[in-house]
Design a protein around this ligand. Sequence first.
Ligand code: PLP
Length: 377
Amino acid sequence: MSLDGRPVIAFCTNDYLGLARHPRVVAAFQRGAEVYGVGSGSAHLVAGHGPAHEALEEELADFLGRPRALLFSTGYMANLGVIQALAGPGDPVFEDKLNHASLIDGALLARARLRRYPHADMAALRRQVQGHITTEGTATALIATDGVFSMDGDLAPLPELAALARAAGAWLLVDDAHGIGVLGREGRGCLDHFGLGMEEVPILVGTLGKALGTFGAFVAGEDDLIETLIQSARSYIYTTAPPPALAAATRASLALARREEWRRERLRELIGGFRAGAAQLGLPLLPSPTPIQPLLAGSAERALAWSQTLESRGLLVTAIRPPTVPLGSARLRVTLSALHSDQELDMLLEALADLPDVQESDGPESPSGPPAVPTAP
Ligand SMILES: Cc1ncc(COP(=O)(O)O)c(C=O)c1O
């Protein structure tokens, strides 16, 4: 990237597969603009939904093995829309405390009864859900979780969540913004990684602006779910449809993401290399098996100072501070991309090793190599 005219190497974007600048994706975008123009002109339900959107929805459904997919303008809007459409005022919605803000805001918009359980704590969730069943009978209940947690990089315990949701008769929504493209066969995400289907996880949200390198989002599931969203998800209905050229670009990047397995292999290699190097240096990493590798600083001041030091050495790693993360857990959210070279990774590790106080900061563990990616039991 270029920062005020100075070249820097970015270790903080979500372009995990390195597709955002791929010539085929760029060419599809340009061709799409020539064919369809730039703007879609109106909402999907008026005249904004065209053949490029339709083709992308069909290809996403095919990719994920679900009957239908519905495009949203952003992941934030998809989460607002799906929760507001499914949960009514007073309905219980259970969410992990580290869920993305859009899942929390969706429950607030729905005026649902939001209960947040400590991160990945299945015993706490079970108690909350049992309390709800005994006190509230058959009201609709929804459990919503990130698949890969956006600021920590760890995976939700999806097999346990699915079993719990099924036993309670609750819906399960998984937002796989950071797993699509990265995990599973052909990059189908964390559900494929765990071997979970639509029976276990009826509502799947994914975003297009991260590993797929473009912009936008989708919800995938049964026909009834998608029809319900079309009829009542306000963030789908009352907004201009995304540019058709964007859908054309995403079709190109989806094909590349599916086909080019080397990108996922390269990412795994980089994750392993980064974690092994960080372990040797005693850096306070979190136990993440994904391209999101946070380095805990503790205070916001230290995270900022680290980020500025790295920037002076030509490395862009933005500081993430409260309230985006809990108080006392400010961090550098290092992210890796399949296009990073070994040399760039070494540059990062050398610069991290030189940060002031880096070994003494309050990390929860001293990592020893990459943690195993959890799989289905
Ligand atoms: C888990 C998660 N869900 C949803 C979003 C929102 O997606 P978008 O940027 O497309 O609005 C993000 C990040 O941006 C995210 O990390």
